[in-house]
Write a new protein. Structure first.
Lengths: 298, 130
């Protein structure tokens, strides 16, 4: 697995407070990677460290083989769309493109113009009067027209209505299909991640709780419902991620690669949302996932 | 050309939904050898799903011998799916009906029966995979 982003005990400290601490992870190349986690887990800090907007207090981070502060050549490899997809309110759409062309050596003006046409944006319109969805699309256009190898997006669709969100993700997926760019996308909207991502990382308090291919993660987690049972009595290949009990009934969310043969259980597949919530509500539980290619950090 | 739909509430993996829809279209005669499947770009633009998911589905279909990619052109149907022999279907329907009758007279309701059926399917096919 070639990593596009690799961190080793990475940390960022503000005064006495750590925004990110002891974060070690590897993000594979050529994928659309979803980064989820509760507020304050360090997702935005991690993205800002990756593009050099912040400098690490401790530890190391490598992005596409280089260090984020390696200079313009390093930054040219990365397209970044910050939280809430910021644009310059008083600049027109056309001026955004001119600015992009002026600031970026590898700027692809054809691509930028084509996307603006496709989106039906009026080049003379000021960004401040665009709708939220249009503004997000403009920000994405600016990031993509720099022809990056890696696109980083911080909560790009959080503030958009469902239609604008869908359109934004359609655009993003078309870009991935056409250019084969790697994407790292942070989001709380798990249902969207399930559609667009093929790799998922759950980050809680700076630590990777779970990471792996989306299909493998979904194919190795099940919800079991049946008569009350002690979790210790489950087969050793079934790792309990979450459990709840009444006096008569037990419900487990387990991780396993073996078929679940016990006829006492009603077995159901889990949605990505179930999975993410289970890991987010039980962060200290040690997790092993034995599927080939699944990387789980304890 | 067929158009894919996505059922996000089904719990079935997205690539599998695409595979199933192609298989169904073949069984129903909506797709025949020589027909083209939508390109990954077209599917992605409509469903907002990851292009790798589409490619994975097409690879699965290729492994089954149902489709073949033509470089620079797209993915085309090359195989057919035989319809299940009506006599075989009838035979299993009659033994299933008999089984259901005996389950019902033992006091099992539709929910119990469905739970048993799902467990049996899972066990049966999980063993084949493992």
């Amino acid at each position: 697995m070639t990593a596009i982003i690799e961190t080793n005990e990475l940390g960022k400290q503000y005064g006495r407070k750590w925004a990110l601490r002891d974060c070690t992870l590897a993000i594979p190349e050529g994928k659309v990677v979803g980064l989820v986690g509760p507020n304050g887990a360090g997702k935005t800090t991690l993205l800002h460290l990756a593009v050099g907007l912040l400098r690490a207090s401790v530890g190391s981070i490598t992005v596409l083989g280089g260090r984020p502060d390696d200079g313009p050549a390093q930054l040219a490899k990365i397209g970044f769309v910050a939280q809430d997809t910021p644009t310059y309110a008083r600049l027109s759409v056309a001026k955004h493109l001119r600015m992009g062309a002026y600031l970026h050596k590898g700027w692809d003006n054809e691509l930028a113009k084509h996307r603006i046409d496709q989106l039906d944006l009026d080049p003379r319109q000021k960004a401040g009067s665009l709708s939220g969805g249009q503004r997000a699309q403009l920000a994405l256009t600016l990031a993509v027209a720099t022809r990056p190898e890696l696109l980083l997006l911080d909560e790009p669709v959080a503030s958009l209505d469902p239609l604008a969100r869908r359109e934004f993700l359609q655009s993003l997926m078309e870009i991935v299909a056409n250019d084969g760019v790697s994407v790292l996308l942070s989001s709380h909207l798990v249902a969207d991640l399930e559609r667009v991502c093929d790799y998922l990382i759950i980050l809680i308090a700076s630590h990777v709780q779970l990471s792996g291919e989306m299909t493998e993660l979904l194919g190795s987690h099940w919800r079991l419902t049946g008569p009350r049972r002690d979790p210790a009595s489950l087969p050793s290949d079934q790792e309990v991620i979450e459990e709840s009990h009444t006096d008569k009934q037990s419900t487990f969310l387990v991780c396993t690669n073996q078929p679940i043969l016990d006829p006492a259980w009603a077995v159901k597949p889990v949605t990505l949302e179930d999975l993410v919530l289970a890991y987010m509500s039980n962060p200290r539980r040690p997790v092993h996932v034995r599927a080939a290619g699944l990387g789980v950090v304890r | 050309m067929i158009e894919f739909q996505l059922d996000t509430a089904s719990g079935v993996a997205t690539y599998l939904q695409l595979v199933q829809q192609v298989r169904q279209a073949l069984q129903l005669g909506l797709l025949e050898p020589g027909d083209q499947l939508p390109t990954a770009q077209q599917v992605v633009a409509k469903l907002a799903i990851n292009p790798n998911t589409v490619l994975k589905a097409y690879r699965d279909l290729e492994r089954e011998g149902l489709v073949r990619p033509r470089p620079g052109q797209g993915t085309f149907i090359v195989g057919t799916l035989p319809r299940t022999d009506p006599a075989t279907q009838a035979r299993f329907l009659s033994s299933m009906t008999e089984w259901l009758g005996s389950a019902r007279s033992s006091g099992l309701g539709p929910d119990d029966i469905e739970a048993i059926y799902r467990t049996a399917v899972r066990n049966c096919f999980a063993e084949g995979v493992a």
